[in-house]
Write a protein that binds this ligand. Structure first.
Ligand code: IMP
Ligand code: MG
Length: 178
């Protein structure tokens, strides 16, 4: 099946997304209370979210970018996480905030949390995902912060892709079944 832009239905508008990000920013500001944070953006999907989110954060902050891939082709996950580029500075003693677009099976999140625990003794490691597809979970991972819970829909836009396309949409859409 192919995804056509005219078949997309809006799940979250640009305004809904931006309002939610502002709320998340306020929550994070409260939690970190001015302490320095290393914000780690998981490329490619989280790039729009991470960039909009950090604009609301008011503590000293550094950004890092890592690149993972787990999605196979089309709508289904390969079930295997590939670390395409996971080079990071020394994060021992640091507050680490991992920023993701979506948690689906949770395999990517689990991989990242395990990677952090194996490699660093951070001061804190928190996971923030814009979307949480709780119904698809195959691990016991829960995000510390998330924007919206969604049911088992395949979504695109605002960083999320279908075969590489539609990341640039300002809204999040899904393929509607009538
Ligand atoms: P997980 O490892 O199964 O939790 O999947 C995480 C990754 O799969 C996300 O970072 C996304 O890149 C991708 N993904 C999961 N669900 C969707 C979706 O509905 N649309 C687009 N990408 C998705
Ligand atoms: Mg992703």
């Amino acid at each position: 099946m192919d995804v056509k832009i005219e078949d997309l239905k809006i799940l979250f508008s640009e305004e809904q997304i931006q309002n939610k990000i502002k709320e998340l920013g306020q929550e994070l500001n409260k939690f970190y209370n001015g302490e320095e944070v290393y914000a780690i953006c998981v490329l490619k999907g989280a790039v729009f979210f991470a960039i909009d989110l950090v604009k609301h954060l008011n503590m000293p902050l550094k950004m890092e970018f890592i690149r993972l891939s787990s999605y196979g082709t089309g709508f289904s996950t390969s079930g295997k996480v590939n670390a395409v580029d996971i080079s990071l500075p020394d994060l021992n003693g640091k507050n680490v905030l991992i920023i993701e677009d979506i948690i689906d099976t949770g395999l990517t999140a689990k991989f990242l949390m395990d990677f952090m625990h194996c490699n660093f003794k951070t001061k804190s490691t928190k996971f923030c995902s814009l979307l949480d597809k709780k119904v698809s979970r195959r691990t016991d991972i829960e995000p510390d912060y998330y924007g919206f819970e969604i049911d088992d829909k395949f979504v695109v836009g605002y960083g999320l892709d279908y075969e590489g396309y539609y990341r640039n949409l300002r809204f999040i859409g899904y393929v509607g079944e009538e």
